[in-house]
Design a protein around this ligand. Structure first.
Ligand code: CS2
Length: 498
């Protein structure tokens, strides 16, 4: 099979192999600036938008911004491929559905030219700035509930407003330009896994603006909207084999295709001050209040991932389907969902929580996705306060069940020592890694020491009920190993049911 390098020039040559954009990309105007062009954005928002552009919509193309030095590789790839990439959906039966996505019509590398990025955000045709900057990117301090001004990058941005490093520096200067030029307002839309992600974005940005450009604050309040949204599509990191397979089976030489599951969902509050694309025509749900959807997704799907990831890593597994298809771990996760999570969720019209849980277990168990446990466990110090802590706090309030969540946190303490149960090193990636390791070492003498990280656990260490459940789980894991512990808990439930 002839192989073609993926770029605009070769696009039409690929049309017999794969679905390609049906629109003239040169005619598409940029209406959205998106910050953070990792796999998730390219499997989700860029895919929805590509479908939209196929329907003859022309003014909602995306300008993808790579914000961090670390993003050089993806930026260079997109530049090389004129913004094109292949989305490979791994279906439940193992077949692959491939499609070249064309909705990223421009791309910028912020460290190379910060002013261009601000100018783009401030250009009149841009009406939405969307973000996937990860949970940690919001600079929220769990301990104080406030914006973390001690972060050296924030200090840097305050001193270098024209060449910032964080999203807050960029947004502030771009909004200032819009105000000074008398332009219309704009929507800033988070696509990250955070409860109330729009509220969080607004709160954090306003804190920064309050110090950096206080006179801008009233303009933002009046002219910028921050809709909350729930986003969903499991998107593992692209593996070398995915790249090789694509070349072999379709003749597409794509340096960075994106692989993902078939499921996709985006639920958004319809609060776009300067207009929005008709995304509802391609399956996006617009609702008045997205909070219950977010809560459901974060505390069941994302938390479910962390449960499987942390327990799985300790057991020596490498991909999420492995613990998900281990009957003991699967049963444990099911119990966590049923006994600790769903009882605290608000009911949602048209959503059957039981079915939602079962569909998650099926998605996690998809053997073709091969979602990396390493990806799931990365940056847990930013994830667990969002995915699991609210469940624990709600259960504490109503003096309800805690033991499943406590076991997961205890497993995380053991995980943070860096070795699995077979003595093999665990590849960890977390900005707080050293701190976590130190506390994990202390926990060997006194398990509760691990809970004394206020920026992660808040005041949890003061809760007698939690500390008790957690300490007992910790001791059991050390004595018996994860699987036996989990089996014991599952058996207790079975006995009670009899
Ligand atoms: C995962 C998410 O990062 C994580 O821990 O749970 O990336 C998850 O795959 C997505 O939110 C799915 O929508």
């Amino acid at each position: 099979m002839t192989t073609y390098k993926l770029n605009s020039l070769n696009l039409s040559k690929l049309k017999d192999q794969v679905a390609i954009p049906q629109y003239n990309r040169e005619k598409i105007k940029t209406g959205i600036v998106h910050v953070g062009i990792g796999g998730f954005h390219r499997a989700h928002q860029a895919f929805y938008t590509d479908q939209l552009l196929n329907q003859s919509v022309t003014d909602w193309g995306i300008c993808g911004v790579a914000l961090l030095d670390f993003d050089t590789a993806i930026y260079n790839t997109l530049k090389d491929q004129n913004g094109l990439y292949t989305l490979v959906v791994k279906e439940l039966d193992g077949s692959l559905t491939k499609r070249v996505i064309g909705s990223i019509v421009e791309y910028l590398f912020a460290p190379e030219n910060p002013i261009r990025v601000m100018e783009k955000m401030a250009s009149p045709e841009v009406r939405i700035i969307t973000l996937t900057i990860t949970e940690g990117g919001y600079n929220y301090d769990e301990a104080t509930g406030q914006f973390d001004f001690d972060n050296p990058l924030i200090q840097y941005d305050l001193e270098h407003p024209q060449a910032p490093k964080t999203i807050f520096g960029y947004l502030t200067q771009a909004l200032k330009l819009r105000k000074d030029r008398g332009l219309v307002g704009i929507t800033i839309q988070s696509c990250d896994n955070i409860q109330g992600n729009g509220h969080m974005t607004k709160k954090m940005l306003m804190s920064y603006v309050g110090v950096a450009e206080p006179e801008l604050a009233p303009w933002i309040t009046k002219n910028v909207s921050f809709p909350n949204a729930m986003v969903d599509r499991i998107t593992p990191a692209t593996a070398p084999i995915d790249i090789a397979n694509l070349k072999e089976t379709s003749g597409i030489d794509d340096a960075w295709p994106v692989v993902c599951e078939p499921f996709i969902q985006w639920v958004i509050e319809d609060d776009f001050i300067a207009g929005r694309p008709p995304w509802e025509t391609v399956g996006v749900q617009f609702v008045e209040n997205v909070m219950p959807y977010e809560e459901m997704k974060l505390s069941l799907l994302n938390a479910g991932h962390s449960v499987l990831g942390i327990l799985g890593a300790l057991m020596g597994y490498t991909t999420i389907d492995e613990p998900a298809n281990n009957p003991n771990i699967r049963e444990f996760l099911r119990s966590y969902m049923k006994q600790e999570v769903t009882p605290i969720l608000k009911s949602l019209e048209g959503v059957n929580l039981h079915k939602y849980e079962e569909s998650l277990l099926q998605r996690f168990g998809n053997i073709y996705i091969k979602d990396q446990i390493e990806r799931i466990c990365s940056e847990s110090s930013a994830k667990l306060p969002i995915f699991i802590l609210p469940t624990i706090n709600a259960q504490l309030k109503q003096k309800g069940s805690l033991k499943y969540a406590a076991l997961v946190i205890a497993a995380w303490a053991v995980y943070s020592l860096g070795k699995d149960e077979n003595g093999n090193a665990i590849n960890r990636k977390d900005v707080m890694q050293n701190n976590l390791f130190e506390k994990a070492v202390e926990a060997k003498q006194d398990p509760s020491a691990f809970l004394e990280i206020p920026s992660v656990f808040g005041k949890l260490y003061q809760s007698e009920a939690f500390v008790k459940a957690y300490t007992s789980a910790y001791q059991n894991i050390v004595a018996l190993g994860v699987e036996k512990c989990v089996m014991n808990m599952n058996n207790t439930v079975l006995k009670k049911m009899k």
